[in-house]
Write a protein that binds this ligand. Structure first.
Ligand SMILES: Cc1ncc(COP(=O)(O)O)c(C=O)c1O
Length: 436
């Protein structure tokens, strides 16, 4: 599953001692395993091999250039949702034809940048965006390759409302019955080649059924569009595979692939191309966040550990009530965790609230978590933090965003330095020279 393991009571990433890494780079620091990123991409691609998919890694998940470069070198393309993400993907060396661009609010300049770069596909999310794409492409004397993001109206069980995207009334995509009108309109636009259908249901999707239901609807639509005379070359099934945050809680890629492959295989056998946009399932367990205990105190009935990472560094617990397994990197009595589940049945554990330093009452990374006895100065590892961790980090409370380190075997390198005070204020130009 990943390369973070306890050896003799000390946590290592691949061959690197994480206590030493925390001492070298300070905390909070994100640590990624290169091997886990590469293995996850390879295993996912292999699971779906019969569909020969183009795997466009969702850049929003974890967008460090070095990681994008690794994934690109492993054959991945990129799913981007902004000009900034497009810039990252291109800078990391991902070939433009392997980039797809979704998002409900693309600006004119973002569309221009995408067309100028020659990306593989713009996933159009509204009638007005299609018109704008046509105008921009015409003004550039270029032809934009495009797909329509459809809203298949599929609800998936267990996916939080806050991260569901494929149900009626959502701002994402276009309702199925409206799509033929857009293809008819696009056929009149000289500078748009509309030949694909895109769908993304939300995240995480805990079972294959929502995909098979949605893709069956999408393929019915493809048949209808073809009958209307449109050429359909591509189906993009989006992302959303669940990640293993808690032992045994997420299906493996094989489970999704076994159900989805038979649905899409006839499309592929007839020459169609399949794209997918996984993010979380590749990145979540390829990264952890190291944080140090600053203070221990009692609050009412609770023992509270105030750590140096908060919702500014990893917002998922505060925003979605998400679960992250955590454990000290060098636990007292070398007590390695037997599993990464929410309830660990070992003698001698203490319940702690793990709170960050931010001035918000939601700034907790965990509540009443049973852990080996903590001391001030201990380093705690927050597992499953590779996806939507650093990518959603902010400078709230004028805090410094963490460093990022990439481990490769027994070596490690800093792939993003920690913010400095200069980073905090450098964009705020022109302070008047007057004395207060
Ligand atoms: C269009 C699109 N594709 C792919 C993804 C990635 O989803 P996940 O990280 O669950 O695989 C997202 C996530 O929000 C998305 O909006």
């Amino acid at each position: 599953m990943d390369r973070f393991h306890y050896h003799d009571g000390v946590l290592r990433c691949e061959g690197v001692d994480l206590e030493e890494l925390a001492a070298e780079h300070g905390t909070p620091t994100y640590v990624y395993s290169r091997d886990t990123f590469r293995t996850h991409l390879a295993d996912l691609t292999a699971a779906f091999s019969e569909l020969h998919p183009l795997v466009c890694y969702a850049v929003k998940t974890c967008s460090n250039l070095h990681l994008l470069h690794e994934l690109g070198a492993g054959g991945a393309g990129a799913d981007v949702v902004s000009g900034g993400e497009l810039h990252r993907a291109l800078t990391a060396g991902i070939p433009a034809e392997r980039i797809v661009f979704a998002g409900v609010g693309k600006s004119e300049s973002e569309l221009r940048e995408a067309i100028a770069a020659g990306i593989g596909c713009v996933n159009v999310e509204s009638e007005s965006e299609l018109e704008l794409l046509g105008r921009v492409a015409r003004s550039m004397g270029r032809t934009a390759r495009a797909a329509i993001r459809v809203n298949p109206d599929v609800q998936s069980e267990g996916t939080p409302e806050k991260t569901t995207t494929g149900v009626r009334g959502s701002k994402f995509g276009i309702d199925l019955e409206r799509v033929p009108r857009l293809f008819a309109r696009a056929s009149l636009l000289d500078h748009v080649r509309l030949t694909g259908v895109h769908v993304h249901l939300g995240s995480p999707i805990h079972s294959p059924e929502p995909y098979t239901v949605a893709l069956t609807r999408v393929l019915d639509l493809v048949d209808k569009l073809r009958a209307d005379g449109h050429e359909i070359e591509l189906v993009n099934m989006g992302g959303g595979f669940a990640a293993e945050y808690e032992t045994g809680a997420a299906p493996g890629w094989g489970v999704y692939a076994d159900a989805i492959t038979p649905v899409l295989k006839p499309f592929v056998a007839a020459g169609g191309k399949v794209v997918m946009e996984p993010g979380r399932s590749i990145a979540a367990n390829a990264g952890v966040l190291l944080t140090r205990v600053r203070y221990l105190k009692d609050a009412g009935r609770h023992r509270v550990a105030i750590v140096d990472a908060g919702m500014n560094n990893l917002i998922r617990a505060a925003l979605y009530d998400s679960f992250h397994f955590m454990w000290p990197v060098r636990p007292v009595d070398r007590l390695a965790p037997p599993t990464r589940s929410g309830w660990i049945d070992l003698p001698g554990l203490t319940g702690y609230d793990i709170a960050g330093p931010i001035c918000e009452s939601t700034d907790y990374l965990a509540r009443e978590r049973r852990l080996p006895t903590l001391a001030e100065g201990d380093v705690i590892c927050i597992f499953g933090a590779g996806a939507y961790g650093m990518a959603m980090a902010s400078q709230y409370n004028s805090s410094l965003r963490p460093a990022e380190v990439l481990v490769d075997g027994s070596t490690s390198r800093l792939i993003r330095r920690r913010d400095t005070y200069a980073d905090l204020i450098e964009a705020e130009l022109g302070l008047p020279d007057s004395k207060l």
